[in-house]
Write a protein that binds this ligand. Structure first.
Ligand SMILES: CC(C)(COP(=O)(O)OP(=O)(O)OC[C@H]1O[C@@H](n2cnc3c(N)ncnc32)[C@H](O)[C@@H]1OP(=O)(O)O)[C@@H](O)C(=O)NCCC(=O)NCCS
Length: 181
């Protein structure tokens, strides 16, 4: 599913572009995910798990763009990808009303309203596709994500105790949230 490109005005007066990445953006996308893995403990990938190649990244982008039930929006500040959000609608008839969401923003662009704008855009797409609920998980302790999701109307519905184990051997719960569309 492709997202129609849009310019978004940020809180600091600058603009970024929301668009579905094209295969030509493979290098900027790898740079983004490698940076995210190093910057935050709250995405699942560790830096040594960023082993994407030109071929695998192009295939990843193509999969989203050609899919009927998945959509990815990348946030471009000039030629640089500074954020990303993806939505995946479940496939089987009995669960087709449910869409899952994942999101990340580079530290340099925190708190400018990008997260809120991405969730707003994908909520519209999910609703148009017939979904009635949005779902996500975040790692307990990720107060930025909790704040964003609550602001956007998500409510905690459960937890997976010790859902994540960090490199130092400590654990954190995975928190499940839902928002009605
Ligand atoms: C979580 C994340 C996506 C938030 O994105 P963002 O673009 O900074 O979010 P926004 O600017 O739209 O902020 C939305 C709301 O979140 C809350 N929030 C964000 N940062 C916060 C902070 N440091 N303290 C308290 N609340 C905060 C606020 O309610 C904020 O609204 P406000 O600025 O109007 O008060 C971003 O911090 C991020 O990518 N973190 C690293 C990766 C990650 O954790 N991804 C989520 C995995 S589940």
């Amino acid at each position: 599913m492709k997202y129609e490109e849009k310019k978004i005005l940020l809180r600091n007066g600058k603009t970024v572009v929301f668009k579905s990445p094209s295969e030509d953006d493979w290098r900027a996308m790898i740079d983004y995910i490698t940076c995210m893995a190093a910057e935050t403990p709250y995405i699942l990938r560790e830096p040594d798990e960023c082993d994407d190649t030109e071929e695998s990244e192009k295939a990843f982008i193509r999969r989203y763009n050609e899919s009927e039930n998945e959509c990815m929006i990348a946030v471009f500040d000039g030629g640089k990808v500074v954020g990303n959000c993806n939505m995946s609608i479940k496939n089987r008839k009995k669960v087709r009303h449910r869409a899952e969401l994942g999101i990340g923003i580079r530290k340099s662009h925190y708190r400018l309203g990008i997260g809120t704008a991405l969730i707003t855009e994908l909520s519209v797409l999910a609703r148009k596709a017939g979904c009635t609920q949005f779902e996500l998980t975040y790692v307990d302790g990720n107060y930025r994500a909790k704040g964003l999701y609550e602001k956007c109307g998500f409510v905690e519905v459960g937890r997976m105790p010790c859902g994540v184990r960090f490199g130092d051997g400590t654990y954190a719960d995975d928190v499940y949230m839902r928002k009605l569309l």
